[in-house]
Every structure is written in C-alpha cells, then in structure tokens.
Design a protein around this ligand. Sequence first.
Ligand code: AMP
Length: 292
Amino acid sequence: MKIIRSKAELRAMTEDWRRAGDSIGVVPTMGALHAGHLSLVEAACAATDRVIVTLFVNPKQFNNPEDLAKYPRTEESDAEKLTPYGADVLYVPDGAQMYPEGFATTISVSGVSDGLCGATRPGHFDGVATVVTKLLLQTDADQAFFGEKDYQQLQVVRRIAEDLDLKTRIIGCPTIRESDGLAMSSRNLRLDDRARATAPVIREALSRAAIEIREGVSVETALQSARSRLTDAGMGEIDYLEFRGDPDLAILSTADRPGRIFVAAWLDGVRLIDNVPVHEASQHERRLEPAD
Ligand code: AMP
C-alpha cells in the first residue's frame, strides 16, 4: 500500500488506473481505524479494482476545538492495520493540501442536515459536506463507502452526490459493534473502564425502544423509557433521542412508515452516537424479543 500526501501525486495515480480501465473505490476516514472502518475497506476491495483509503482529521467539521485537539492521530498503526486488506493507497493530505491559502467554498446541504447532529453541532455538516465533496473529486471514485453508524452523514453524502451530479455511487455499510453491542468508534478509546462498562446501554436502550414501537407502544412512551434507561445507567446529557423517517430524516411521531431511532449522548466527557432501524429487526433485537 502506497502512502500519498499530495493531490498531484494522487491525480497521477488515478489517471494511470483509468488508462488501465480500473474502477476506483474510496473509503474516507479520520483515522484511528477499527473494525468498523476495516469493514468498509473490505466492501470497497470486493467492489472495485483499486481502493483508496483517505485519512484526514478535518478541522472544518469540529465545532469544538477541544474535541479536535483530542481526536486520536495514529497514522502508523492505521497503515499497519490496512496492510492485510489490499487497499492500494492511503491518502493522507495535510491541511494545506485540502484548504490552501484563499480557500473560500462551503458545500451546505439543507433538509437532511438540519436536525440531530446538525442542530447540536453547528457547522458540522457543512464541514463534512465540503471535505467529502473534495475527496470524491480528488480520488475520482466510482464508489464511496460510508458506515450506517453515522446515518445522518450517509444521507447528507447521498444528497450531495445526487444534487451535484457526481458520478460516485454512495454505498452504505452496516454498523460494526463490539461484542457487548457498543457501536465501534474512535472516540471509545477515550472512555475510562467504568464508562466503557456503561456505554453498551446505548444500543440496549435503542433496541428496546425499537421493539416497543414495533409492538405498538407509542413513539413518545418508547422514547421516554429509553431516556430513563440511559439516565438510570449513568449516561450524562442526552443531546437528542429521536425517531426519524428513513431516508428523509423527518421527525416521526407515529411509526406509520420506516424510520430509525437516533441518539447522541455524553459519557465521561465523550459524545457517543448510535442509531437502529425500527422496522427491520436486527439480530440483537430478535434475541431480545419474546418468543411466540
Ligand atoms: P470516521 O473516521 O469516524 O470519520 O469514520 C469514517 C467512516 O467509517 C464513516 O463512513 C463512518 O460511518 C464509518 N464508521 C465509523 N464507525 C463505524 C462502525 N462502527 N461501523 C461501520 N462503519 C463505521
């Protein structure tokens, strides 16, 4: 796997690939790679001839400078983790490559980016939309792979590709979880042992609420008991806990069409997010559901 740091070198590489008739896949990441990221790399390697993994901790998508400063940066071990997967390039641009002197353009998506993380992290999705658009163009990708763990981000990226007539197909991949159900995240590294033991309640509470809504409990009641479950287990402030339509992410007060439950909550100074579908039961939910 070649490590490339400049746009010019990346362009030369993708042009070579194009001449050879190869298709290109891209997996955008901010590094501190875990099995969730690696599942995207695996999907990309299975779908396209050439795969570029990008590693860029994008300052424009952090609304909190402390969060940006604390974000783990582990390029060397990330490169090692990727080695067995067969990605062709690890693209690691620096700030000057991405946002050179005079940079003045922002991509802003309305609708799907308004609520949830868009409401609680002002400017976040403008930063995501801008960097992802640049990465899709820089890598000349036919397909780009994103995790459902960041479901709102996935819908924002789908919107951009559609609205800006990008040729890149956006592929959503399932959330990879620890064995106790906690969604894998680079931020989990910042939880101390006690907080790490509490964190699986997030998925537990969402799954229970999904089952309750499927069984006919009102959305309001199901979300209220999920909120109590989180608070009773020791979770801190809840930024949002909402049932939203899929894929438009409109707020739903009844389960009359497919939707997902979304949460962002704080634990030990770390903000964790997760989401589960309500209408298709996950394996975990099927285990929790009473047998007929
Ligand atoms: P990040 O490095 O956190 O910006 O994430 C890079 C990509 O990996 C995004 O498309 C995320 O949605 C995806 N991702 C992060 N965590 C997971 C996970 N647990 N399962 C699947 N995809 C994930």
